[in-house]
Design a protein around this ligand. Sequence first.
Ligand SMILES: *Cc1c(COP(=O)(O)O)cnc(C)c1O
Length: 394
Amino acid sequence: MKNFSNYNDYSTKEELHFESKAVHGALGTEPLTGAVSMPIFQTATFRHPELGESTGFAYSRLENPTRQELERTMAILEGGIKGFAFSSGQAANMAVFSLLNPGDHVILSDDIYGGTFRIIGDVFGKYGIEHTYVDMSELDEVKVAIRPNTKMFFIETPTNPMMKVADIHALSEIAKGIGALTVVDNTFLTPYFQKPLQLGADIVTHSSTKYLGGHNDTISGIVVVKDNEEIAEKIHVHIKSHGSQLAPLDSWLILRGIKTLAVRMDRHNENAKKVAEWLRTQPKVQKVYYVGFEDHKDYAVTKKQTTGFGGMISFTVDSFETVKKILKGVDMIMFAESLGGTETLITYPTTQTHEDTPLDIKEKLGITDCFLRMSVGIENADDIIADLDRAMNA
Ligand SMILES: *Cc1c(COP(=O)(O)O)cnc(C)c1O
């Protein structure tokens, strides 16, 4: 049986499929007692047998067995050498941007998560880190934005909330050519549907608050480094210095969520397709943004790099009146921020997730006052559609 000292040995699980790896994690069982569910090691510190001897654990800001199991499970699922679990997706992205030095330049997707705008503008701007937002689904726009000091591409794909798709392989080739790192925020599709590190990216980040946790019950973030020990060490120094690590209870919640990731993602995928197709037939709906439509601009890239479309849909309606009607009228569906949980949530990006996105960028993207975003849950799709129908058309 495995024990804590041979934690790094998960070679025996190499041959398993993704679904099985997700269920069984890194160690899977707890080595001392055989507990099938990795216990919540709710302790701040660890007793040493004698001078120079250690169980491998010293202090929970540095290492904690529950968090380590989550970090190793995520490294396995994304295919990297090292995973890190943070107290939020924001903290995870903060760690990644901290790899940059004053004077460096980063190119970002123009409709990334609203909080990422805040990190790169408000927090890192004053340290002399430059940035450019571009439509990363257009390779030529990315090439034009490159400067001599460009050190990182930060990609969200599909984007939030416009559902644009960036070609991870093509972008990481361009980045390699100029000595820049490629980082992919894989929150929307998770490694079940998309594996950025296999496509050429150097680092993957997540808001595991979303699909990985999957139950709208805690906040957390993940970073996985593909193969660069030096980068992994820098992230390690960042997390232990900033103290932005995930607590044991929350680590356990995310580990539990990951066990059902595959079946949940399949259902999200199935339901979103049904809801997106229904929305398209609605007279009050003007445009539906969904990566699973064959006539989506980037459909070919999606088919090439992912094995599913995920559960996210955005759409515009005919008037602000209809927006208000929907948000007030939904019953089972909840008007709430966030995404990726079992419950269907509907969001109003212009004043919620993208409140801090500069107005000119919002206008350019099309995040108007008639724009809604939906995270399709795992309920019965007919109930989701019936609820929307009643709220919108009654
Ligand atoms: C929610 C989200 C974040 C931020 O994560 P938190 O867990 O809320 O801190 C970052 N990126 C994407 C794509 C997100 O959806």
